[in-house]
Design a protein around this ligand. Structure first.
Ligand code: IDP
Ligand code: MG
Length: 141
């Protein structure tokens, strides 16, 4: 049975600043997913507070919002069969030091000794998160 999904991908400010936006798009498209939306923007703290609502109150929350609003982010909606899980696998685990080689975080990330983990990309973690996040970042979609 077909389960065409959409997911929200963000190339975070570290990824855009390091010139990795094209590499992320290349990997998404090479895997066979299609693009349904894309926009380069500096996200507001209000948008980030909603996006990262699950992390409010954690010690890395304030550094996370500061980092994510520190420069342009490439927001992407990608589409395809099981794309939510598929992009999480492409991204690799949260900690880039231990993310597997071959993943975006494993190939391009490392620990920079910052208060927040800088790991190049975000990907929605469930169908519920994907719908919620796409509505926040792309209300027109
Ligand atoms: P995810 O991006 O792999 O889904 P989450 O647990 O949702 O990981 O955390 C959101 C983001 O917050 C991470 O991608 C990372 O940038 C940052 N982060 C998560 N956990 C920590 C931590 O323990 N210390 C510092 N930053 C963290
Ligand atoms: Mg998450």
């Amino acid at each position: 049975m077909s389960h065409i999904e959409r997911t929200l991908i963000l190339v975070k400010p570290d990824g855009v600043a390091r010139g990795l936006a094209g590499e992320v798009l290349r990997r998404v498209e090479a895997k066979g997913y299609t693009l349904a939306g894309a926009e380069l923007l500096v996200p507001s703290e209000e948008l980030l507070a909603q996006h990262y609502a699950e992390h409010v109150g954690k010690p890395f929350y304030a550094p996370l919002v500061e980092f994510m609003s520190s420069g342009p982010v490439l927001a992407i909606v990608a589409q395809g069969e099981r794309v939510i899980e598929g992009f999480r696998v492409l991204a690799g685990e949260t900690d880039p030091t231990t993310a597997a080689p071959g993943t975006i975080r494993g190939d391009f990330g490392r620990d920079w000794g910052a208060k927040v983990i800088q790991n190049i990309v975000h990907g929605s973690d469930s169908p519920q998160s994907a719908e919620r996040e796409i509505a926040l970042w792309f209300p027109q979609l």
